[in-house]
Write a protein that binds this ligand. Structure first.
Ligand code: SF4
Ligand code: SF4
Length: 90
């Protein structure tokens, strides 16, 4: 099974109004499933955008993001069940 066909183990939420488009999460994400959006938020920043699949739920993007509240990672623990990953990398 390739990385692309594996089921997601995490789900990413990005608050576009909190994101400053610094790109740290994009660089840090191991499977490279985050990109910069073409759209700008109201502060003029291009914001991070989740590709929509392939998240492992590792929480690294959450840990490197300097903007509190910009990223939330939900780790999928079983079908239909999630747990907030603030600290889920622990
Ligand atoms: S939790 Fe890990 S795999 Fe998922 S988007 Fe963040 S850094 Fe990438
Ligand atoms: S690290 Fe945070 S502020 Fe920087 S691009 Fe990613 S979500 Fe936005």
């Amino acid at each position: 099974m390739t990385e692309a066909t594996k089921p997601d183990r995490g789900r990413l939420r990005i608050d576009e109004e909190e994101c400053k488009g610094c790109g740290l999460c994009i660089e840090a994400c191991p499977p490279k499933v985050i990109a910069l959006s073409e759209r700008m938020n109201r502060y003029g920043y291009r914001t991070a955008l989740y590709a929509g699949s392939g998240c492992t739920g590792c929480g690294i993007c959450f840990l490197v993001c300097p903007e509190p509240g910009a990223i939330t990672v939900l780790r999928l623990v079983s079908p239909g069940a999630t747990r907030a990953a603030e600290g889920a990398a622990a």
